[in-house]
Design a binder for this molecule. Sequence first.
Ligand SMILES: Nc1ncnc2c1ncn2[C@@H]1O[C@H](COP(=O)(O)OP(=O)(O)OP(=O)(O)O)[C@@H](O)[C@H]1O
Length: 381
Amino acid sequence: MYLEELSINNFRNYSEAKLTFSPATNILIGKNAQGKTNLLEAIYVLAMTRSHRTNNDHELLRFKTNSATIRGTLINQLGKTKLGIDLSNKGKKARVNQLEQAKLSQYIGKMNVILFAPEDLSLVKGSPAVRRRFIDMEFGQIDANYLYNLSQYKAVLKQRNRYLKQLQQKKVTDLLLLDVFSDQLAAFGAEIIIRRLGFLTKLGKFAAKLQLQITNQQESLKLRYDSTINLEDQKMIKTDWIYKKLKEQYRQQQKKEIFQGTTLSGPHRDDLAFLINEKNVQLYGSQGQQRTAALSVKLAEVDLMHQETGEYPILLLDDVLSELDGARQTSLIKSIQNRVQTFLTTPSLNDVARQLIKDPKVFIINQGKISEPVPKEENKE
Ligand SMILES: Nc1ncnc2c1ncn2[C@@H]1O[C@H](COP(=O)(O)OP(=O)(O)OP(=O)(O)O)[C@@H](O)[C@H]1O
């Protein structure tokens, strides 16, 4: 899929802009604080109905205005779709072919985007919570069932933790109710873990291939799901087995959990490990290797989404080129070129990008105004 046109009104530092994009690579060039990320953000909001960098929609409205609009024309295998988001102090509306959608959740998924920002390069060395969030955001976009089980799990986890606190403080003594919570938690937890294992196997295959490409066949990358329960041979595992294993763990750890007043096992404590040539890159890898692994996994999302939905997502690269060395820039550009519509922000185009990116459409961004460079022939006069 690709975004053919975009018009925005009163969004961040843009009063008005109307743009036609290339289905291949679009480069947004501008100095700091001119509006490059704001433009990527507008595309992200058009797809996801919310920003990637703020939960407060009010921040998206241009200073001293009360409403903003984003309109886009999306082309995919089904044809042309007009998408729209209206933002105002009163709330937001999503439109498909002008028709207002009753629920935002019905709208999400029409346009798929993957955003890659410099913070994503810390996926490997960051905390387990960062990696769990990555897993949840990624798999949640592809599988509605995953999201359902996750929200149910979180709700039961909250109740169970509250009850463990009450047991800890001896305000209650009934262990049967704890068993009921444990049973529900294990059921939702098992559904989450089995789905994570399935998606990670697929994602891991794509990531391994990319890692070999990026490192000139030098590094083999594996993704390993590190769970609070012992998963032994992960390929053979069934949901029911995980459910039983989780319940067994809750029984064994009951005293400890009551003592600590919190749930110690389950997907909310699980992690993802990246192994390069069989060694955990978080512990033993160089910074460069950690970045390459993050890049491979992030690019593998593109392939996974294509495999699962039949469409390539739109890729938004926010100033990542300058964070990568020449070899990594080359493989990034090569792996996306001719496959994925890409929007790339940068303060200036370096030699690698200049040589490798074929026929990009360039936009120059200066204080919330967007212009296109004059073609060379016309410049000669
Ligand atoms: N709601 C808003 N209304 C008007 N201007 C805003 C609003 N929110 C942010 N801005 C302005 O947008 C500019 C920042 O733009 P943006 O974040 O897109 O920077 P950038 O071009 O990506 O730069 P950098 O390379 O530094 O990340 C700032 O000048 C900021 O004052």
